[in-house]
Design a protein around this ligand. Structure first.
Ligand SMILES: Cc1cc2nc3c(=O)[nH]c(=O)nc-3n(C[C@H](O)[C@H](O)[C@H](O)COP(=O)(O)OP(=O)(O)OC[C@H]3O[C@@H](n4cnc5c(N)ncnc54)[C@H](O)[C@@H]3O)c2cc1C
Length: 557
Protein backbone atom coordinates (compact mmCIF):
# COMPACT_ATOMS: atom_id res chain seq x y z
CA UNK A 1 0.00 0.00 0.00
CA UNK A 2 1.31 3.41 -0.93
CA UNK A 3 1.61 5.82 1.97
CA UNK A 4 0.06 8.86 0.31
CA UNK A 5 0.92 12.29 1.67
CA UNK A 6 -2.15 13.91 0.20
CA UNK A 7 -5.14 13.02 -1.99
CA UNK A 8 -6.95 15.03 -4.66
CA UNK A 9 -9.28 14.20 -7.53
CA UNK A 10 -7.11 15.61 -10.31
CA UNK A 11 -3.37 16.28 -10.10
CA UNK A 12 -2.22 18.73 -12.74
CA UNK A 13 1.45 18.95 -13.64
CA UNK A 14 2.26 22.40 -15.04
CA UNK A 15 0.74 25.84 -14.50
CA UNK A 16 0.56 27.07 -18.14
CA UNK A 17 -2.59 27.60 -20.16
CA UNK A 18 -3.63 23.94 -20.27
CA UNK A 19 -2.96 23.33 -16.59
CA UNK A 20 -4.86 26.39 -15.39
CA UNK A 21 -7.94 25.74 -17.55
CA UNK A 22 -8.00 22.14 -16.39
CA UNK A 23 -7.82 23.17 -12.74
CA UNK A 24 -10.75 25.57 -13.17
CA UNK A 25 -12.77 22.98 -15.10
CA UNK A 26 -12.21 20.30 -12.47
CA UNK A 27 -13.10 22.67 -9.63
CA UNK A 28 -16.23 23.83 -11.46
CA UNK A 29 -17.32 20.19 -11.66
CA UNK A 30 -17.00 19.91 -7.89
CA UNK A 31 -13.69 18.03 -7.94
CA UNK A 32 -10.56 18.89 -6.02
CA UNK A 33 -7.57 19.88 -8.14
CA UNK A 34 -3.94 20.55 -7.32
CA UNK A 35 -1.59 22.41 -9.69
CA UNK A 36 2.06 21.39 -9.47
CA UNK A 37 4.64 23.73 -10.97
CA UNK A 38 8.34 22.94 -10.92
CA UNK A 39 9.59 26.49 -11.34
CA UNK A 40 9.31 29.24 -8.78
CA UNK A 41 7.23 31.21 -11.30
CA UNK A 42 3.72 30.36 -12.51
CA UNK A 43 2.45 30.30 -16.06
CA UNK A 44 5.11 28.66 -18.21
CA UNK A 45 5.47 29.79 -21.81
CA UNK A 46 1.79 30.73 -21.78
CA UNK A 47 2.42 33.60 -19.35
CA UNK A 48 5.41 34.78 -21.40
CA UNK A 49 3.44 34.67 -24.63
CA UNK A 50 1.20 36.95 -26.63
CA UNK A 51 -1.73 35.22 -24.91
CA UNK A 52 -3.59 34.91 -28.19
CA UNK A 53 -5.95 31.93 -28.47
CA UNK A 54 -7.15 30.62 -31.88
CA UNK A 55 -10.64 29.21 -31.48
CA UNK A 56 -12.81 29.01 -34.60
CA UNK A 57 -16.42 30.14 -34.18
CA UNK A 58 -15.76 31.41 -30.66
CA UNK A 59 -18.35 33.37 -28.66
CA UNK A 60 -16.28 36.57 -28.62
CA UNK A 61 -16.21 36.86 -32.42
CA UNK A 62 -19.86 35.78 -32.61
CA UNK A 63 -20.80 38.60 -30.22
CA UNK A 64 -19.07 41.02 -32.61
CA UNK A 65 -21.12 39.68 -35.50
CA UNK A 66 -18.16 38.07 -37.28
CA UNK A 67 -19.38 35.01 -39.16
CA UNK A 68 -17.66 31.63 -38.82
CA UNK A 69 -18.70 28.00 -38.59
CA UNK A 70 -17.60 24.59 -37.40
CA UNK A 71 -17.89 23.34 -40.99
CA UNK A 72 -15.58 26.02 -42.42
CA UNK A 73 -13.00 25.34 -39.73
CA UNK A 74 -13.16 21.59 -40.34
CA UNK A 75 -12.66 22.15 -44.08
CA UNK A 76 -9.72 24.40 -43.20
CA UNK A 77 -8.08 21.67 -41.09
CA UNK A 78 -8.46 19.26 -44.03
CA UNK A 79 -7.07 21.78 -46.52
CA UNK A 80 -4.02 22.85 -44.51
CA UNK A 81 -3.14 20.18 -41.96
CA UNK A 82 -4.07 17.18 -44.13
CA UNK A 83 -3.37 13.68 -42.90
CA UNK A 84 -0.70 13.64 -40.18
CA UNK A 85 -1.85 10.60 -38.24
CA UNK A 86 -3.57 10.22 -34.87
CA UNK A 87 -2.54 13.60 -33.44
CA UNK A 88 -4.94 15.31 -35.80
CA UNK A 89 -7.53 12.59 -36.34
CA UNK A 90 -11.04 13.60 -37.37
CA UNK A 91 -12.17 12.80 -33.81
CA UNK A 92 -9.57 15.12 -32.28
CA UNK A 93 -10.36 17.91 -34.74
CA UNK A 94 -14.05 17.48 -33.93
CA UNK A 95 -13.25 17.61 -30.21
CA UNK A 96 -11.12 20.74 -30.66
CA UNK A 97 -13.71 22.55 -32.75
CA UNK A 98 -16.67 21.71 -30.52
CA UNK A 99 -14.97 22.14 -27.13
CA UNK A 100 -13.03 25.28 -28.14
CA UNK A 101 -16.01 27.69 -28.16
CA UNK A 102 -17.40 25.97 -25.03
CA UNK A 103 -14.09 26.45 -23.24
CA UNK A 104 -14.03 30.19 -24.02
CA UNK A 105 -17.66 30.53 -22.87
CA UNK A 106 -16.82 28.59 -19.71
CA UNK A 107 -13.95 30.93 -18.86
CA UNK A 108 -16.13 33.96 -19.57
CA UNK A 109 -18.71 32.56 -17.13
CA UNK A 110 -15.99 32.44 -14.46
CA UNK A 111 -15.10 36.08 -15.16
CA UNK A 112 -12.13 35.74 -17.53
CA UNK A 113 -12.44 38.51 -20.11
CA UNK A 114 -11.35 38.32 -23.73
CA UNK A 115 -11.23 40.70 -26.69
CA UNK A 116 -11.56 39.70 -30.33
CA UNK A 117 -8.32 40.08 -32.35
CA UNK A 118 -10.02 41.70 -35.35
CA UNK A 119 -7.87 41.66 -38.46
CA UNK A 120 -5.36 39.13 -37.09
CA UNK A 121 -5.98 36.75 -40.02
CA UNK A 122 -5.63 33.00 -40.12
CA UNK A 123 -2.09 32.18 -41.22
CA UNK A 124 -3.44 30.31 -44.27
CA UNK A 125 -6.25 32.75 -44.92
CA UNK A 126 -6.17 31.97 -48.64
CA UNK A 127 -6.72 28.24 -48.14
CA UNK A 128 -10.21 26.74 -48.18
CA UNK A 129 -12.10 27.62 -45.00
CA UNK A 130 -9.52 30.28 -44.03
CA UNK A 131 -10.64 33.45 -42.26
CA UNK A 132 -9.42 36.91 -43.31
CA UNK A 133 -10.64 38.76 -40.21
CA UNK A 134 -9.27 36.07 -37.92
CA UNK A 135 -10.52 33.61 -35.31
CA UNK A 136 -8.39 34.62 -32.37
CA UNK A 137 -9.11 36.20 -29.01
CA UNK A 138 -6.78 37.57 -26.35
CA UNK A 139 -7.20 38.58 -22.71
CA UNK A 140 -8.15 42.15 -21.92
CA UNK A 141 -5.67 44.10 -19.74
CA UNK A 142 -5.89 42.92 -16.15
CA UNK A 143 -4.82 44.69 -12.98
CA UNK A 144 -2.37 42.26 -11.37
CA UNK A 145 -2.72 43.98 -7.98
CA UNK A 146 -5.76 41.83 -7.21
CA UNK A 147 -3.39 38.86 -7.08
CA UNK A 148 -1.68 40.34 -4.02
CA UNK A 149 1.57 38.55 -3.23
CA UNK A 150 0.92 36.04 -6.01
CA UNK A 151 1.66 38.76 -8.56
CA UNK A 152 5.37 38.31 -7.93
CA UNK A 153 5.09 34.62 -8.76
CA UNK A 154 3.89 35.18 -12.35
CA UNK A 155 6.31 34.62 -15.25
CA UNK A 156 6.93 38.12 -16.63
CA UNK A 157 4.90 38.68 -19.78
CA UNK A 158 5.84 40.06 -23.17
CA UNK A 159 4.63 43.57 -22.46
CA UNK A 160 6.78 43.86 -19.34
CA UNK A 161 9.94 43.86 -21.46
CA UNK A 162 8.43 46.63 -23.62
CA UNK A 163 7.31 48.65 -20.62
CA UNK A 164 3.93 49.17 -22.28
CA UNK A 165 0.46 47.83 -21.48
CA UNK A 166 0.01 46.78 -25.08
CA UNK A 167 -2.33 44.04 -26.24
CA UNK A 168 -0.94 41.62 -28.80
CA UNK A 169 -3.28 42.67 -31.59
CA UNK A 170 -2.24 46.27 -30.96
CA UNK A 171 1.49 45.54 -31.05
CA UNK A 172 1.77 45.42 -34.83
CA UNK A 173 0.45 49.00 -34.99
CA UNK A 174 3.16 50.37 -32.68
CA UNK A 175 5.91 50.05 -35.24
CA UNK A 176 3.74 51.79 -37.84
CA UNK A 177 2.74 54.70 -35.59
CA UNK A 178 4.42 57.25 -37.87
CA UNK A 179 2.94 55.88 -41.07
CA UNK A 180 -0.83 55.53 -40.70
CA UNK A 181 -3.53 57.40 -38.80
CA UNK A 182 -5.06 54.14 -37.62
CA UNK A 183 -1.73 52.91 -36.26
CA UNK A 184 -1.09 56.28 -34.61
CA UNK A 185 -4.49 56.13 -32.89
CA UNK A 186 -3.79 52.62 -31.55
CA UNK A 187 -0.33 53.67 -30.36
CA UNK A 188 -1.78 56.72 -28.60
CA UNK A 189 -4.36 54.50 -26.86
CA UNK A 190 -1.61 52.16 -25.65
CA UNK A 191 0.46 55.08 -24.37
CA UNK A 192 -2.55 56.56 -22.55
CA UNK A 193 -3.46 53.22 -21.00
CA UNK A 194 0.12 52.69 -19.85
CA UNK A 195 0.53 56.12 -18.27
CA UNK A 196 -2.95 56.13 -16.71
CA UNK A 197 -2.18 52.78 -15.09
CA UNK A 198 1.12 54.11 -13.77
CA UNK A 199 -0.55 57.20 -12.33
CA UNK A 200 -3.12 55.06 -10.54
CA UNK A 201 -0.49 52.61 -9.34
CA UNK A 202 -2.06 49.74 -11.24
CA UNK A 203 0.00 46.72 -12.31
CA UNK A 204 -1.65 46.36 -15.67
CA UNK A 205 -0.97 42.95 -17.22
CA UNK A 206 -1.56 42.20 -20.90
CA UNK A 207 -0.88 39.26 -23.26
CA UNK A 208 -0.08 35.86 -21.75
CA UNK A 209 0.47 37.34 -18.30
CA UNK A 210 -3.11 38.68 -18.35
CA UNK A 211 -4.39 35.29 -19.46
CA UNK A 212 -2.63 33.37 -16.70
CA UNK A 213 -3.18 36.22 -14.22
CA UNK A 214 -6.95 36.13 -14.75
CA UNK A 215 -7.11 32.34 -14.48
CA UNK A 216 -4.89 32.34 -11.39
CA UNK A 217 -7.18 34.91 -9.81
CA UNK A 218 -10.22 32.65 -10.34
CA UNK A 219 -8.25 29.61 -9.15
CA UNK A 220 -7.30 31.37 -5.92
CA UNK A 221 -10.93 32.44 -5.42
CA UNK A 222 -12.03 28.84 -5.86
CA UNK A 223 -9.43 27.71 -3.35
CA UNK A 224 -7.40 25.65 -5.83
CA UNK A 225 -3.91 25.06 -4.42
CA UNK A 226 -0.98 25.92 -6.70
CA UNK A 227 2.37 24.57 -5.55
CA UNK A 228 5.48 26.14 -7.06
CA UNK A 229 8.92 24.52 -6.87
CA UNK A 230 7.20 21.14 -7.00
CA UNK A 231 8.69 19.17 -9.93
CA UNK A 232 7.13 15.92 -11.02
CA UNK A 233 9.57 13.08 -10.48
CA UNK A 234 7.45 10.17 -11.59
CA UNK A 235 4.00 8.82 -12.27
CA UNK A 236 2.69 6.23 -9.85
CA UNK A 237 0.82 3.20 -11.15
CA UNK A 238 -1.35 0.59 -9.47
CA UNK A 239 -2.88 -2.29 -11.39
CA UNK A 240 -2.16 -0.66 -14.73
CA UNK A 241 -3.78 2.66 -13.82
CA UNK A 242 -1.97 5.92 -13.11
CA UNK A 243 -3.10 6.73 -9.58
CA UNK A 244 -0.81 9.55 -8.56
CA UNK A 245 2.46 11.38 -8.82
CA UNK A 246 5.68 11.73 -6.88
CA UNK A 247 6.91 15.30 -6.69
CA UNK A 248 9.68 16.93 -4.73
CA UNK A 249 8.74 19.74 -2.41
CA UNK A 250 11.19 21.59 -0.19
CA UNK A 251 13.74 18.91 -0.98
CA UNK A 252 11.56 15.97 0.09
CA UNK A 253 9.47 13.56 -1.94
CA UNK A 254 5.71 13.99 -1.67
CA UNK A 255 3.31 11.27 -2.84
CA UNK A 256 0.05 12.65 -4.21
CA UNK A 257 -2.87 10.38 -4.90
CA UNK A 258 -5.04 11.51 -7.82
CA UNK A 259 -8.37 9.68 -7.57
CA UNK A 260 -9.65 10.66 -11.00
CA UNK A 261 -6.59 11.31 -13.04
CA UNK A 262 -3.23 12.95 -13.61
CA UNK A 263 -2.93 15.61 -16.30
CA UNK A 264 0.46 16.35 -17.81
CA UNK A 265 0.23 20.01 -18.84
CA UNK A 266 3.95 20.43 -18.48
CA UNK A 267 4.98 21.83 -21.86
CA UNK A 268 7.40 20.26 -24.30
CA UNK A 269 11.17 19.80 -24.47
CA UNK A 270 12.34 22.86 -26.39
CA UNK A 271 15.08 23.49 -23.81
CA UNK A 272 16.34 19.90 -23.57
CA UNK A 273 19.34 19.63 -25.90
CA UNK A 274 19.65 15.84 -25.62
CA UNK A 275 15.99 15.22 -26.43
CA UNK A 276 16.08 17.70 -29.31
CA UNK A 277 19.10 15.92 -30.71
CA UNK A 278 17.58 12.47 -30.20
CA UNK A 279 14.20 13.28 -31.76
CA UNK A 280 15.09 16.11 -34.17
CA UNK A 281 15.02 13.95 -37.31
CA UNK A 282 15.22 16.10 -40.43
CA UNK A 283 14.88 19.29 -38.38
CA UNK A 284 17.90 18.96 -36.07
CA UNK A 285 18.20 21.44 -33.26
CA UNK A 286 20.33 21.62 -30.13
CA UNK A 287 17.86 23.81 -28.20
CA UNK A 288 20.19 26.80 -28.60
CA UNK A 289 17.69 29.15 -30.18
CA UNK A 290 14.47 28.43 -28.32
CA UNK A 291 12.72 31.22 -26.44
CA UNK A 292 10.33 28.84 -24.64
CA UNK A 293 10.32 29.08 -20.86
CA UNK A 294 13.40 27.56 -19.21
CA UNK A 295 11.31 24.80 -17.60
CA UNK A 296 10.48 23.31 -21.01
CA UNK A 297 12.68 20.27 -20.52
CA UNK A 298 10.43 17.29 -21.12
CA UNK A 299 10.68 15.19 -17.93
CA UNK A 300 6.92 14.56 -17.87
CA UNK A 301 7.01 13.24 -21.45
CA UNK A 302 9.83 10.92 -20.42
CA UNK A 303 7.86 9.69 -17.40
CA UNK A 304 4.91 8.81 -19.65
CA UNK A 305 7.21 7.17 -22.20
CA UNK A 306 8.51 4.91 -19.43
CA UNK A 307 4.91 3.69 -19.05
CA UNK A 308 4.75 2.79 -22.74
CA UNK A 309 3.03 5.95 -24.01
CA UNK A 310 3.05 6.42 -27.77
CA UNK A 311 4.70 9.53 -29.20
CA UNK A 312 4.53 11.31 -32.54
CA UNK A 313 5.72 14.48 -34.34
CA UNK A 314 8.69 14.63 -31.96
CA UNK A 315 10.82 16.42 -34.58
CA UNK A 316 8.34 19.27 -34.83
CA UNK A 317 8.34 22.70 -33.18
CA UNK A 318 6.56 26.00 -33.42
CA UNK A 319 9.49 27.41 -35.39
CA UNK A 320 10.36 31.10 -35.20
CA UNK A 321 12.89 32.43 -37.74
CA UNK A 322 15.17 34.56 -35.60
CA UNK A 323 17.69 37.11 -36.91
CA UNK A 324 20.87 36.66 -34.90
CA UNK A 325 21.49 39.73 -32.86
CA UNK A 326 23.24 37.75 -30.16
CA UNK A 327 23.93 39.37 -26.86
CA UNK A 328 22.23 42.57 -27.98
CA UNK A 329 18.88 40.96 -27.42
CA UNK A 330 16.01 40.52 -29.81
CA UNK A 331 15.51 43.22 -32.39
CA UNK A 332 12.55 44.29 -34.45
CA UNK A 333 14.37 42.67 -37.39
CA UNK A 334 12.14 39.67 -36.53
CA UNK A 335 9.36 41.51 -38.35
CA UNK A 336 11.48 42.44 -41.36
CA UNK A 337 10.48 39.43 -43.44
CA UNK A 338 6.89 40.69 -43.50
CA UNK A 339 7.78 44.20 -44.62
CA UNK A 340 8.84 45.69 -47.97
CA UNK A 341 12.50 45.78 -49.09
CA UNK A 342 13.58 42.50 -47.51
CA UNK A 343 14.21 38.92 -48.61
CA UNK A 344 15.54 35.68 -47.13
CA UNK A 345 18.19 33.85 -49.17
CA UNK A 346 20.21 30.65 -48.89
CA UNK A 347 23.98 30.39 -49.36
CA UNK A 348 23.46 30.32 -53.15
CA UNK A 349 21.78 33.71 -52.91
CA UNK A 350 18.42 32.23 -53.87
CA UNK A 351 15.06 32.88 -52.25
CA UNK A 352 13.28 29.73 -51.12
CA UNK A 353 10.05 30.77 -49.36
CA UNK A 354 7.30 33.33 -49.11
CA UNK A 355 9.04 35.24 -46.32
CA UNK A 356 5.76 36.75 -45.05
CA UNK A 357 4.15 33.40 -44.30
CA UNK A 358 3.72 31.98 -40.81
CA UNK A 359 6.85 31.67 -38.66
CA UNK A 360 6.36 27.92 -38.41
CA UNK A 361 6.16 27.54 -42.17
CA UNK A 362 9.23 29.70 -42.84
CA UNK A 363 11.23 27.79 -40.21
CA UNK A 364 10.27 24.48 -41.80
CA UNK A 365 11.23 25.78 -45.25
CA UNK A 366 14.65 26.74 -43.90
CA UNK A 367 15.24 23.13 -42.87
CA UNK A 368 13.81 21.79 -46.13
CA UNK A 369 16.06 24.06 -48.20
CA UNK A 370 19.09 23.24 -46.08
CA UNK A 371 19.07 19.72 -47.51
CA UNK A 372 20.21 21.08 -50.88
CA UNK A 373 21.69 24.50 -50.14
CA UNK A 374 22.73 25.96 -46.78
CA UNK A 375 19.73 27.75 -45.27
CA UNK A 376 20.31 27.02 -41.56
CA UNK A 377 21.25 29.74 -41.03
CA UNK A 378 19.87 31.68 -43.99
CA UNK A 379 20.30 35.45 -44.49
CA UNK A 380 17.92 38.37 -44.20
CA UNK A 381 18.87 40.99 -46.80
CA UNK A 382 17.56 44.57 -46.74
CA UNK A 383 18.51 48.02 -47.98
CA UNK A 384 19.06 51.44 -46.47
CA UNK A 385 15.53 52.61 -47.17
CA UNK A 386 14.34 49.78 -44.96
CA UNK A 387 16.76 50.91 -42.26
CA UNK A 388 15.52 54.49 -42.45
CA UNK A 389 11.84 53.67 -42.45
CA UNK A 390 11.59 51.30 -39.45
CA UNK A 391 12.61 51.20 -35.82
CA UNK A 392 15.24 48.68 -34.76
CA UNK A 393 15.57 47.47 -31.19
CA UNK A 394 13.05 49.91 -29.76
CA UNK A 395 14.97 52.85 -31.20
CA UNK A 396 13.42 55.61 -33.25
CA UNK A 397 12.94 54.82 -36.97
CA UNK A 398 16.10 55.07 -38.99
CA UNK A 399 18.53 54.87 -36.09
CA UNK A 400 20.39 51.62 -36.37
CA UNK A 401 22.11 50.59 -33.13
CA UNK A 402 25.81 50.93 -33.91
CA UNK A 403 26.65 47.97 -31.73
CA UNK A 404 24.79 45.71 -34.16
CA UNK A 405 27.06 46.85 -36.98
CA UNK A 406 30.26 47.12 -34.95
CA UNK A 407 29.84 43.64 -33.55
CA UNK A 408 29.52 42.24 -37.05
CA UNK A 409 26.08 40.81 -36.30
CA UNK A 410 24.67 42.99 -39.07
CA UNK A 411 26.87 43.15 -42.19
CA UNK A 412 26.90 46.22 -44.41
CA UNK A 413 28.22 46.86 -47.95
CA UNK A 414 27.74 49.39 -50.73
CA UNK A 415 26.92 46.85 -53.42
CA UNK A 416 24.83 43.68 -53.37
CA UNK A 417 27.80 41.64 -54.61
CA UNK A 418 30.11 42.97 -51.88
CA UNK A 419 27.47 42.20 -49.26
CA UNK A 420 27.24 38.65 -50.61
CA UNK A 421 31.02 38.24 -50.36
CA UNK A 422 31.20 39.26 -46.70
CA UNK A 423 28.20 37.06 -45.86
CA UNK A 424 29.66 34.04 -47.67
CA UNK A 425 26.76 34.01 -50.13
CA UNK A 426 27.24 33.41 -53.87
CA UNK A 427 27.60 36.99 -55.27
CA UNK A 428 26.19 36.27 -58.75
CA UNK A 429 23.28 34.34 -57.25
CA UNK A 430 22.35 37.14 -54.85
CA UNK A 431 22.71 39.86 -57.51
CA UNK A 432 20.41 37.93 -59.85
CA UNK A 433 17.87 37.25 -57.10
CA UNK A 434 17.74 40.88 -55.99
CA UNK A 435 17.33 42.09 -59.57
CA UNK A 436 14.44 39.72 -60.26
CA UNK A 437 12.79 40.43 -56.90
CA UNK A 438 13.08 44.18 -57.49
CA UNK A 439 11.54 44.08 -60.96
CA UNK A 440 8.47 42.31 -59.61
CA UNK A 441 8.32 44.16 -56.29
CA UNK A 442 8.09 47.50 -58.13
CA UNK A 443 4.85 46.18 -59.65
CA UNK A 444 3.69 44.85 -56.26
CA UNK A 445 3.91 41.19 -57.26
CA UNK A 446 5.90 38.12 -56.32
CA UNK A 447 5.29 35.51 -59.01
CA UNK A 448 7.91 33.21 -57.44
CA UNK A 449 6.44 32.77 -53.94
CA UNK A 450 3.19 34.75 -53.85
CA UNK A 451 4.36 37.02 -51.04
CA UNK A 452 1.68 39.49 -50.06
CA UNK A 453 -1.20 37.64 -51.67
CA UNK A 454 -2.95 36.57 -48.45
CA UNK A 455 -4.78 38.72 -45.94
CA UNK A 456 -2.38 37.36 -43.30
CA UNK A 457 0.69 38.53 -45.25
CA UNK A 458 -0.82 41.97 -45.69
CA UNK A 459 -1.98 42.26 -42.06
CA UNK A 460 1.64 42.16 -40.87
CA UNK A 461 3.03 44.37 -43.64
CA UNK A 462 3.42 48.12 -43.74
CA UNK A 463 -0.12 49.50 -44.31
CA UNK A 464 1.09 52.75 -45.80
CA UNK A 465 3.71 51.43 -48.18
CA UNK A 466 3.12 51.96 -51.89
CA UNK A 467 2.68 49.99 -54.06
CA UNK A 468 2.31 47.04 -51.70
CA UNK A 469 2.41 46.55 -47.89
CA UNK A 470 4.77 43.54 -48.15
CA UNK A 471 6.82 44.26 -51.26
CA UNK A 472 9.36 46.89 -52.25
CA UNK A 473 12.65 46.83 -54.16
CA UNK A 474 15.99 46.40 -52.39
CA UNK A 475 17.74 49.16 -54.30
CA UNK A 476 19.12 51.84 -51.98
CA UNK A 477 22.69 51.32 -50.76
CA UNK A 478 24.19 50.49 -48.40
CA UNK A 479 22.82 46.96 -48.21
CA UNK A 480 22.58 44.87 -45.06
CA UNK A 481 22.62 41.17 -44.18
CA UNK A 482 21.84 39.32 -40.93
CA UNK A 483 21.99 35.59 -40.28
CA UNK A 484 18.65 33.98 -39.44
CA UNK A 485 18.35 30.76 -37.41
CA UNK A 486 15.31 28.55 -36.85
CA UNK A 487 14.45 29.49 -33.28
CA UNK A 488 11.22 28.30 -31.73
CA UNK A 489 8.59 29.13 -29.13
CA UNK A 490 8.26 25.50 -28.08
CA UNK A 491 8.17 21.96 -29.40
CA UNK A 492 4.81 20.56 -30.48
CA UNK A 493 5.30 16.82 -30.75
CA UNK A 494 5.06 14.37 -27.91
CA UNK A 495 2.53 12.06 -26.30
CA UNK A 496 -0.26 10.83 -28.54
CA UNK A 497 -3.63 11.56 -26.97
CA UNK A 498 -7.20 10.79 -27.98
CA UNK A 499 -10.20 13.10 -28.27
CA UNK A 500 -10.58 13.16 -24.46
CA UNK A 501 -6.88 14.03 -24.05
CA UNK A 502 -6.15 10.54 -22.70
CA UNK A 503 -2.58 9.40 -23.33
CA UNK A 504 -2.53 6.26 -25.47
CA UNK A 505 -0.07 3.38 -25.55
CA UNK A 506 1.66 1.76 -28.50
CA UNK A 507 -1.50 -0.18 -29.33
CA UNK A 508 -3.55 3.02 -29.33
CA UNK A 509 -5.32 2.13 -26.06
CA UNK A 510 -5.74 4.81 -23.36
CA UNK A 511 -3.42 4.49 -20.38
CA UNK A 512 -5.98 4.67 -17.62
CA UNK A 513 -5.82 7.70 -15.38
CA UNK A 514 -3.30 9.56 -17.55
CA UNK A 515 -4.14 12.68 -19.57
CA UNK A 516 -1.91 15.16 -21.40
CA UNK A 517 -2.25 18.45 -23.21
CA UNK A 518 -0.21 21.21 -24.82
CA UNK A 519 3.33 21.13 -26.04
CA UNK A 520 4.01 17.78 -24.42
CA UNK A 521 1.58 16.17 -26.86
CA UNK A 522 1.50 15.59 -30.60
CA UNK A 523 -0.63 18.58 -31.53
CA UNK A 524 -3.98 18.58 -33.33
CA UNK A 525 -2.42 21.31 -35.53
CA UNK A 526 -0.08 18.70 -37.01
CA UNK A 527 2.80 20.38 -38.80
CA UNK A 528 1.07 23.71 -39.43
CA UNK A 529 0.29 26.80 -37.39
CA UNK A 530 -3.25 27.59 -38.44
CA UNK A 531 -3.57 31.02 -36.93
CA UNK A 532 -2.44 33.36 -34.15
CA UNK A 533 -2.98 31.50 -30.91
CA UNK A 534 -2.95 28.00 -32.39
CA UNK A 535 -0.63 26.59 -29.75
CA UNK A 536 -2.29 28.11 -26.68
CA UNK A 537 -5.66 27.00 -28.03
CA UNK A 538 -4.24 23.50 -28.37
CA UNK A 539 -3.17 23.37 -24.72
CA UNK A 540 -6.26 25.09 -23.29
CA UNK A 541 -8.90 23.14 -25.22
CA UNK A 542 -7.41 19.72 -24.49
CA UNK A 543 -6.79 20.74 -20.86
CA UNK A 544 -10.49 21.55 -20.64
CA UNK A 545 -11.43 18.23 -22.27
CA UNK A 546 -9.11 16.25 -20.00
CA UNK A 547 -10.59 17.73 -16.84
CA UNK A 548 -14.11 17.25 -18.12
CA UNK A 549 -13.46 13.61 -18.91
CA UNK A 550 -11.70 12.89 -15.63
CA UNK A 551 -14.42 14.51 -13.57
CA UNK A 552 -17.19 12.88 -15.62
CA UNK A 553 -15.66 9.53 -14.72
CA UNK A 554 -15.80 10.68 -11.12
CA UNK A 555 -19.52 11.32 -11.31
CA UNK A 556 -19.98 7.85 -12.79
CA UNK A 557 -17.67 6.16 -10.28
C1 LIG B 1 7.48 34.94 -26.44
C2 LIG B 1 6.42 33.93 -26.79
C3 LIG B 1 5.22 34.37 -27.37
C4 LIG B 1 4.23 33.44 -27.71
N1 LIG B 1 3.00 33.88 -28.18
C5 LIG B 1 2.01 32.98 -28.39
C6 LIG B 1 0.67 33.40 -28.68
O1 LIG B 1 0.33 34.59 -28.66
N2 LIG B 1 -0.26 32.45 -28.95
C7 LIG B 1 0.06 31.12 -28.94
O2 LIG B 1 -0.81 30.29 -29.23
N3 LIG B 1 1.30 30.70 -28.60
C8 LIG B 1 2.26 31.59 -28.28
N4 LIG B 1 3.47 31.14 -27.86
C9 LIG B 1 3.68 29.70 -27.66
C10 LIG B 1 2.90 29.27 -26.41
O3 LIG B 1 3.19 30.16 -25.36
C11 LIG B 1 3.22 27.84 -25.96
O4 LIG B 1 3.25 26.99 -27.08
C12 LIG B 1 2.14 27.37 -25.00
O5 LIG B 1 1.92 28.35 -24.02
C13 LIG B 1 2.50 26.06 -24.33
O6 LIG B 1 1.55 25.79 -23.35
P1 LIG B 1 1.70 24.54 -22.38
O7 LIG B 1 0.52 24.56 -21.49
O8 LIG B 1 1.94 23.32 -23.18
O9 LIG B 1 3.05 24.81 -21.59
P2 LIG B 1 3.53 26.00 -20.67
O10 LIG B 1 2.66 27.19 -20.77
O11 LIG B 1 4.98 26.19 -20.93
O12 LIG B 1 3.33 25.42 -19.21
C14 LIG B 1 4.04 24.28 -18.78
C15 LIG B 1 4.49 24.44 -17.36
O13 LIG B 1 4.87 23.14 -16.87
C16 LIG B 1 5.98 23.28 -16.03
N5 LIG B 1 6.69 22.00 -15.92
C17 LIG B 1 7.50 21.43 -16.84
N6 LIG B 1 7.97 20.26 -16.37
C18 LIG B 1 7.45 20.10 -15.13
C19 LIG B 1 7.60 19.11 -14.14
N7 LIG B 1 8.40 18.04 -14.31
N8 LIG B 1 6.94 19.25 -12.95
C20 LIG B 1 6.14 20.34 -12.74
N9 LIG B 1 5.98 21.32 -13.66
C21 LIG B 1 6.62 21.20 -14.84
C22 LIG B 1 6.80 24.35 -16.72
O14 LIG B 1 7.71 24.92 -15.81
C23 LIG B 1 5.72 25.31 -17.20
O15 LIG B 1 5.46 26.31 -16.25
C24 LIG B 1 4.46 32.05 -27.48
C25 LIG B 1 5.64 31.62 -26.86
C26 LIG B 1 6.61 32.55 -26.51
C27 LIG B 1 7.86 32.05 -25.82
Amino acid sequence: MTAWDTTVDVAIVGSGGGGMVAALTAADAGASALVLEKQDLIGGSTAMSGGVVWVPNNPVMRAEGVPDSYEDAMVHFDAVVGDVGPASSVERRHAFLTAGPEMIAFLQRLGVRFAYCRGYSDYYSNAKGGHDLGRAVEPVPFDGRVLGAWLDTLQPGLAKSLGLAVMTNEARSLSNYNRSIGAFAVSARVALRTYAARLRGRALLTNGAALIGQMLHVALDLGIPVWTQAPLEDLLVEEGRVVGVRVVRSGSPVLIRARQGVLLASGGFARNAEMREQFGGDQPNRAKWSIANPGDTGEAIQAAMRLGAKTDLMDEAWWLPSPRTGRFGRSTLDQARQRPRTIYVDAAGQRFVNESNSYMEVGKEMYARDKTSRAVPCWLIFDDRYRKRYAHQRSRPGWFPRKLLESGMVKQAWTVRDLARICDIDPAGLAETVERFNQNARQGTDPDYGRGESAYNRALGDPNHKVHPCLGPIDEPPYYGVQVVPGDIGTCGGLVTDDHARVVDGAGQPIEGLYATGNGTATVMGRHYLGPGASIANTMVFGYLAARHATRERRHA
